[in-house]
Design a protein around this ligand. Structure first.
Ligand code: KG4
Length: 352
């Protein structure tokens, strides 16, 4: 028998694209729960190990979904539909969430909604979580920066997005993580660089900046420039390790982090500014894991003041992978009656 929630739209969403198992519930457009189990197992390997990620998802998914339903005060029978991240992401990880969502949808006899992970990051800006979040009005530009993506997205409608610029090689998050690894910092390196950069001189090491036309990005040259700066310093001093170098060069890690972070942010913001000017758009948002970076968030505030933009910076809980954003995308699709066939399969790669 169905409960008093029968007439409400209750969406459960499952996110399992990489190394976070997450489930969220939205009831009539309001986020009621967002549970995230982050996987610590990858730390000692310096990056996500796909097989370990899918095994951890299998362990986490039942308690995570159960907790999300309990926190939202609903039962499985109250659900109107189940949304899931279909891709892009690690195939083994996606399979866990997809199969679980399918199993629940079949057993409950309710529709299934597939969500593009990248669109989910952008639509995180529309989550109503009761804290009075500001939502961008359409159309707006969204800088989507994560471990796997660096894109400028023109958002024309909830279901109509266009990538107008993107990285031709590494993503910004990848540049943070790989440079952090060179410095001997733990994985993921982005938050460590953010922390150390606060203590460093951003002008100390001038790194290479790409000269690409249009709105596209490139971060591989910067990564090489970072590596060669350290290599040359080691050679000059006849040293072998970064630890030896840090003993001889005061504040090395902090200054390298500050200079790297400032360069990445400058590259990101210049192209975004050009896009905003060319298109005459002043609604500008940021999304994805790298949007947790404190200096990037400050750069948005500063650019907003300087160029009269309305800026939208997500709360920290919506920056890295989470099911709340998937649930929001799923909710919009539910209202459109845009459901997915039970036989659909996840995809590792796709565009927005
Ligand atoms: O969106 P996300 O959780 O996963 C992907 O889908 O890639 O983003 C993860 C990325 C990692 O590269 C991580 O180092 C970066 O976001 N990141 C940060 C910060 N917090 C997370 N990068 C710079 N500063 C941060 N505070």
């Amino acid at each position: 028998m169905r409960s008093i929630l029968e007439k409400k739209v209750v969406i459960l969403a499952i996110e399992s694209s990489c190394d976070d198992t997450s489930a969220a519930v939205i009831i009539d457009g309001i986020l009621r729960s967002n549970v995230i189990a982050s996987q610590k197992v990858h730390e000692e390997y310096g990056g996500v190990v796909p097989e370990l990620a899918s095994r951890a998802h299998q362990q986490n998914i039942v308690p995570v979904v159960d907790t999300a339903l309990k926190r939202a005060g609903v039962k499985a029978e109250d659900l109107s539909a189940i949304a899931f991240t279909r891709g892009p992401g690690l195939l083994g990880s996606l399979l866990v969430g997809t199969s679980f969502a399918k199993g629940m949808a079949i057993s409950l006899g309710i529709p299934l909604i597939d969500v593009n992970h990248l669109q989910g990051h952008v639509l995180a800006h529309f989550v109503e979580d009761g804290t009075g979040l500001n939502h961008p009005s359409l159309p707006f530009l969204c800088l989507l920066v994560s471990g796997g993506n660096s894109q400028i997205v023109l958002v024309k409608a909830y279901n109509d997005m266009q990538i107008i610029g993107q990285t031709i090689d590494d993503a910004a998050g990848e540049a943070f993580d790989k440079c952090a690894k060179v410095l001997g910092l733990p994985y993921p390196g982005g938050p460590w660089i953010d922390k150390l950069a606060k203590l460093g001189d951003a002008n100390k090491y001038p790194f290479a900046k790409p000269q690409l036309a249009g709105y596209d990005y490139s971060f591989s040259g910067l990564k090489t420039s970072f590596l060669y700066t350290l290599r040359d310093m080691l050679r000059e001093r006849n040293l072998e390790t970064i630890d030896q170098l840090t003993e001889q060069v005061p504040n090395l890690r902090e200054d390298m982090c500050a200079s790297l972070q400032a360069t990445i942010i400058d590259i990101l913001m210049r192209k975004l500014k050009k896009a905003a000017q060319d298109l005459g758009i002043r609604q500008v948002a940021v999304a994805g894991g790298v949007s947790a970076n404190s200096a990037l968030r400050q750069a948005f505030v500063d650019y907003g003041k300087r160029y009269h933009w309305n800026v939208f910076i997500p709360p920290f809980s919506f920056t890295t992978d989470n099911a709340a954003m998937v649930c929001q995308a799923g909710y919009f699709k539910y209202l459109d009656g845009d459901f997915c066939a039970i036989g659909e399969v996840p995809y590792a790669k796709t565009t927005i």
